[in-house]
Design a protein around this ligand. Structure first.
Ligand code: NAG
Length: 207
């Protein structure tokens, strides 16, 4: 495929960096879901960490964080080789871009702050559960502040550089996160339901 529409293409599909960025965006949530479930069922990371599940979770946190930085780098590299669109190169677009980027980062950073390292990076799969559900900001604004915040930052970056290709990659980011949530939310809910059941059993024994 050469171009999207004629000579003034919106997106240059010939650039390899576009496919590389797209692959990285898809890879990350697949990676952490597969690894975290292996941990939950077979304790592979905890075994690797000599039986220390907290250390194992920190290791996964570093891996996921680094993959995220690398993906963001590939995304920016991809945008550099893509055409800009004049409609996206206005002052208003820059203002919207800055707002999206700022709000997105507030959502991501505040949810990391609220959840802590193990809460952010799949600690529940390691048996490290939160004492109670976090219901304050940013979780009273959106159910998945990390994912929606990240998506907003991607869109902000795309608009800042005026790149239609960035909007396409942002749509992919949103799609993979929505798919990830369909796997992660029910799994997390089942982990907490299991704990509640065990706590109830414990209470009955104590009576
Ligand atoms: C969310 O909670 C924070 C406190 O954690 C509060 O200041 C804010 O007004 C709440 N927002 C909404 C939309 O309920």
């Amino acid at each position: 495929m050469t171009s999207f529409v004629g000579s003034k293409s919106l997106i240059d599909f010939d650039q390899k960096s576009l496919a590389v960025a797209a692959a990285s965006i898809a890879f990350n949530p697949i990676f952490w879901n597969v690894v975290a479930r292996q941990e939950y069922h077979n304790k592979i990371l905890t075994k690797l960490a000599g039986g220390n599940s907290r250390l194992a979770c920190y290791g996964l946190a570093v891996a996921i964080f680094s993959l995220g930085i690398f993906r963001d780098f590939l995304y920016e590299q991809a945008l550099r080789t893509q055409p800009s669109h004049p409609l996206l190169e206005t002052g208003l677009t820059k203002v919207i871009a800055g707002g999206l980027f700022a709000c997105g980062n507030v959502l991501v950073l505040s949810s990391m702050w609220a959840l802590g390292v193990t809460g952010t990076y799949l600690g529940d799969y390691f048996g490290i559960l939160m004492d109670s559900m976090v219901t304050g900001f940013p979780f009273n604004v959106t159910s998945a502040p990390m994912y929606y915040g990240s998506t907003m930052s991607f869109l902000g970056t795309a608009l800042w550089f005026g790149k239609p290709a960035g909007i396409l990659l942002t749509a992919e980011v949103l799609a993979v996160y929505l798919i990830a949530l369909r796997f992660e939310d029910p799994f997390t809910a089942s982990i907490y339901a299991k704990r509640e059941k065990e706590q109830k059993k414990g209470e009955k024994k104590a009576l």
